[in-house]
Write a protein that binds this ligand. Structure first.
Ligand SMILES: Cc1cc2nc3c(=O)[nH]c(=O)nc-3n(C[C@H](O)[C@H](O)[C@H](O)COP(=O)(O)O)c2cc1C
Length: 171
């Protein structure tokens, strides 16, 4: 599958089949995460793969009880290990690095017929406590991963028009 096709296929998936993701496939996808670029190649990240039902239940509670978080066979927590590190452009390196890496995940998953969903609605402190993450780290996103119960391309993507979001040379 071309990258363009994976980008078009990817949707936020909020319903998952009760079907395991083979570990070999999961780790193949995580290899693509590992290849993501990062500021100064710091690779300031850790990815916690949550596949234990009771931990997943707790994470579901920390994520505002969004039902599909519990439904997915796997939830991945993307953790920035140096979240306070700023680039000279005054942007948090960890947030950018984790976002790129997790986007690799979403696109590889789409290529493999798997669904994902970015989860930003969660309690940071609760998630850190459940996953025993050091206090100075930060969970950038939770990401359920699994086989969708419906066709990924069922819904049309609602997006602004290109001319609304690009400009040449000046804002
Ligand atoms: C940073 C971020 C946080 C998000 N948090 C949530 C969330 O907590 N729950 C949810 O259902 N969707 C969440 N989404 C999914 C967005 O609603 C979704 O990406 C957007 O509506 C576009 O739809 P699409 O992903 O299907 O193209 C999040 C997306 C991003 C990028």
């Amino acid at each position: 599958m071309e990258v363009k096709e994976a980008i078009e296929r990817r949707r936020s998936i909020r319903a998952y089949k009760d079907e395991e993701v083979p570990r070999s496939l999961l780790e193949d996808i995580m290899e693509s995460v590992r290849m993501a670029p990062s500021a100064s190649n710091r690779q300031d990240w850790k990815f916690i793969i949550i596949d234990d039902e009771s931990t997943k239940d707790q994470i579901y509670e920390a994520a505002n009880e969004q039902s599909f978080v519990r439904e997915a066979p796997v939830v991945i927590a993307g953790v920035a290990t140096e979240p306070d590190e700023m680039m000279s452009c005054e942007v948090s390196a960890g947030t950018v690095d984790l976002s790129i890496a997790l986007d690799h995940l979403t696109l590889r998953a789409a290529e493999e017929g798997l669904g994902t969903c970015w989860i930003g609605a969660f309690d940071q402190e609760k998630a850190k406590e459940i996953l025993e993450i050091p206090e100075d780290h930060k969970v950038i996103s939770l990401m359920p991963l699994g086989y969708p119960t419906y066709d990924l391309t069922r819904e049309e993507k609602r997006r602004k028009k290109l001319e609304e979001i690009i400009s040449y040379n000046k804002f």
